[in-house]
Design a protein around this ligand. Sequence first.
Ligand code: MLT
Length: 312
Amino acid sequence: SAAFAGSSMAQTFPTKPVTLVVPFAAGGPTDILARTLAASMTKELGQTVVIENRAGAGGTIASAFVAKAPADGYTLLIHHNGMATAPTLYRKLPFNALTDFTYVGLVADVPMTLLGRKDLPPNNMAEFIAYAKAQGNKINLANAGLGAVSQLCGTLLQQALGVGFTAIPYSGTGPAMIALVGGQLDVLCDQTTQTLAQIKAKTVKLYGVTSAERLSYLPDTPTLREGGLKDFEIVVWHGVYGPKNIPAPVAARLNQALKAALKDPAVIAKAGDLGAVIVPEAKQTPEALQAWVKDEIAKWAPLLKAAGQYAD
Ligand code: MLT
């Protein structure tokens, strides 16, 4: 019977490595979080969770790939707000964010930081704003493609300041950070997952944080709101997905492994070091993730339309 087939599948799954697709380049924030999660899920599942980086088009290439993968639980995606901004940003998207996935669960929330290269002239948020207005498109700003949160942050920043920087696209903010530290890039807005280490090492200049409130671990750094950018707030959230129609027992096993990882002291410690806040247990469910994606699509659509952002 189907019930029997389902339960035996859950007992045996997984019998081979599980692939967790990262929609951006290796070394960046999504990759760092994915590898932290994969190491713990590997222990829980008794099979290796392998990271596969499939960068491109702001995360939509990887999303489309996973949406069309076999629905057996062996191909998963980790993705952020891009899952909810892509439906507005792209006129033609080869997947539906609300109907083409099996939702595994929400993972963690991460704030962003506005950074400049170490020798960029401004030394604080007020100086940054004056400099940005004076220099305009002479300033290079990195992004990881339309759908990336670095791009989202940059869009809202330029809109709030009434300036247009020169956009430099990267396959992820991992490579963008290398360029910023190397002095080839002026400005990057990126998640603490990757930026805290550089901030501590003083290889970059820190101007502000994108959260509504200051961060306990960067108490002297103003929010962009305090810096005068009205209503500015970006919190990056991360979820795990598979293709739609993964058999229920397999999907339940994957959710169980995710929940176990989010209770793992090694994951909790690492998340703390990265400035990532693990979501409460009630949000670690498929239902919560699906509802969240739906709400976030509705939240970002008017803001993105007002900013005139879309691609064909
Ligand atoms: C982004 O800008 O969306 C991310 O930082 C991309 C990444 O993980 O590289």
